[in-house]
Design a protein around this ligand. Structure first.
Ligand SMILES: [Mn+2]
Length: 244
């Protein structure tokens, strides 16, 4: 429940047609946010389960796109920072939703505090296999080539990569899949910030140097940062959503 003027942060919704209840919760949230109660909505990656290009994703998620646009038109700025699943989101998506794209490691000054917004995958530096794969997948030439392929082939490649990723996740120790403290401290120092807000690990909680957002398949949730500087990780449910 949002009572005072607030900024909202969400991540890891993994929106997918196979999970209509999660999509419904997000549509409801988008439908209720308005100024001046909600200053802005920050989406810190993995909004979608997969995104193989705007030409496929936009028609597939038309309702969501339109609801995001309606919220932006109503005066709630929506900022989007991509995750490891939706890093192929492109200009057309941004245009049709009215979202503003943020780079990973974006600084934000909020209530006198310098914070850093990230998806969080780059903080898991002990996962060497993932970091290696990430470097290849984010190569701009490969990205451009991939987007030129027919949609059917892109779907097959994405499914293959998902399968590989699942195998890797199931075989990798839990600590390796979490962020490394040294990297957190290094990044904070690099940007002269005092706190990171990130998702990706699906381990919601407050730590001295970071706040971790939770994945919506556990329960829909958001970080509510109000004008008094109070921060709360809030579970959203259909009865509790009313923004007054
Ligand atoms: Mn992720």
């Amino acid at each position: 429940m949002i009572k005072s003027e607030s900024t909202l942060f969400i991540s890891d919704l993994h929106l997918d047609e196979s999970q209509p209840a999660i999509t419904q919760q997000f549509l409801q949230l988008l439908g209720e946010i308005r100024p001046p109660v909600v200053h802005a909505l920050y989406i810190l990656g993995d909004l979608f389960e997969t995104w193989i290009g705007d030409d496929v994703g936009i028609p597939q998620h038309r309702k969501i796109i339109d609801a995001m646009k309606a919220a932006s038109v109503r005066g709630v700025p929506i900022y989007f920072l991509c995750g490891n699943r939706d890093f192929l989101i492109g200009r057309q998506f941004l245009h049709e939703t009215g979202c503003q794209l943020l780079q990973d490691e974006s600084r934000l000054s909020i209530h006198g505090q310098q914070i850093l917004l990230m998806h969080g995958d780059t903080l898991c530096t002990h996962d060497l296999a993932y970091m290696k794969a990430r470097k290849i997948l984010r190569n701009p030439v490969l990205r451009a080539l991939f987007l030129c392929l027919p949609a059917g082939i892109r779907k097959k490649i994405a499914a293959f990569l998902r399968k590989k990723s699942r195998q890797h996740t199931s075989m990798t120790a839990n600590e390796i899949m979490d962020v490394t403290e040294e990297e957190v401290l290094r990044i904070l120092k690099k940007h002269n910030a005092s706190l990171i807000v990130h998702g990706h690990t699906h381990r919601p909680g407050f730590h001295p140097e970071r706040i971790v957002l939770g994945a919506w398949h556990d329960y829909p949730n958001m970080l509510v940062w109000d004008e008094n500087g109070e921060k709360k990780l809030t579970a959203l449910n259909s009865n509790e959503l009313s923004i007054t």
